[in-house]
Design a binder for this molecule. Sequence first.
Ligand code: NOJ
Length: 512
Amino acid sequence: MAKWLENAIFYEIYPQSFNDTNGDGIGDFQGIIEKLDYIKETGFNAIWMNPCFDSPFGDAGYDVRDYKKAAARYGTNDDLKRLFDECHKRGMHILLDLVPGHTSVEHEWFKKSMLPESNEYTDRYIWTSNIWEQPEGLNCIRGISDRDGSAAVNFFSSQPALNYGYAEPKYAYQQKPTDPGPMATRAAIKDVMKFWLDMGCDGFRVDMAGSLVKCDPEYKETIKLWQDITGYLKSEYPEAAMVSEWGEPQYSLQGGFDMDFLLHFGPEGYNSMFRSAEPFFSKRGKGTPAIFAEQYNGYHEKATTGGGLICIPSGNHDMDRLARGRDEDELKCCFAFLLTMPGAPFVYYGDEIGLRYVEGLVSVEGGYNRTGSRSPMQWDSTANDGFSTADKSQLYIKQDDAPDRPTVEKQMLDEKSLYNEIKNLIKLRNENSALHNLSAFEFVSSDGYPLVYKRSSDKQTVYVFINPSDKAVTVNADYAKGGKAIYTLGENGSVKTDTVTVPASGAIFVEV
Ligand code: NOJ
């Protein structure tokens, strides 16, 4: 695993919505460069940037038209290289978003693949043997070219699936992962990775990493495929990091990924904490951390033995904003948890100030219900909250216009703000070795309020008590006897001889 991941704390940037410096209503690379000091000052030392490549933007850039070219609206390849360099100058790292499962229908590969004459790209995508045959279990694109076949799609219908083969081919059109077509696709993706790593990026967040080999329920062939790719990467670029969008670390880490995200799709553990009807993180106090804990235990054991990390993101461009339906106290409580768990924390831009989900928007660039979580960052009290000098009507997505909406400026000035709480929590994480990314972890109590876990390094042990409910709770905690609180969130928390009182909507960290 890349050494820098041991203390990495990530910030996810959706480039469209971060900072616009040329007044066109959409963010750009220069805008990110200008905010690197802000990101660093808050405590983040690593960035994941969503796709920034040439694209018709039918799925906000996850429909790539040219893997090796920056989208003009963000800048040039040289500007992107400058962003890498500016990150490195500040001791920061940056991951690009690799979309290996599909391209846009407008990609040159797909255009050539649509030709009826056999050529280098004929097998780059999954095509059935004739137009009347549909790919098993997948949607398809059909009848838009003279090629006699249907092309499988991976996500939206403008995103044809690249061909990495089938775990157990059943029909004539299904190829083995090691057949020449799938092997050529694999080589082409390695070449894309090499291109950006040579230019200075520090690795990739990999889109839909579990989706590449088709009909592979146990992911056996998908794991082999990734072992090949990550093996190649580790030998050529040992400091490159690979983070998977997979959501099942028991598989992804075997594939050689350094980290996997827990996500809103897949096993329900993550949602039961943040995004179910009665999540654990709510003042209502009707949730439970039990489902999460059971799943996490399994993952954590695998991660520890396999040397990988599990990331619990605050949110991302696909989920509801963490702030949707939560007040500032509840958000602080979420971050007391997110910033004390093992693995590298990932904070979605704007979550550090409680940026809200913008309700009632018409879909932008394939966002649909995700559009409200992708609105432009709110920096200060100037026009468009400092995001852009464009006319309001030209903004990429409409901003939150509530009079009490948060901005970075307001939050920085308020000592008690969410922003300052997060900044303190990151500082605390860095200063206490028990809370570091790789330090040991164990649940102490995970069946109700409070959630209690133990973090330890060879130098220090810290018990973390988290109580999102609106009632203070006192628990017997003889294990924390003689300990001292190194952090308290909320009013009237205390550590007595055998008991610990965790404030309402609060947390307490006890060093023993
Ligand atoms: C997952 C990405 O996070 C999402 O935004 C995208 O629409 C799909 N993959 C398809 O690439």
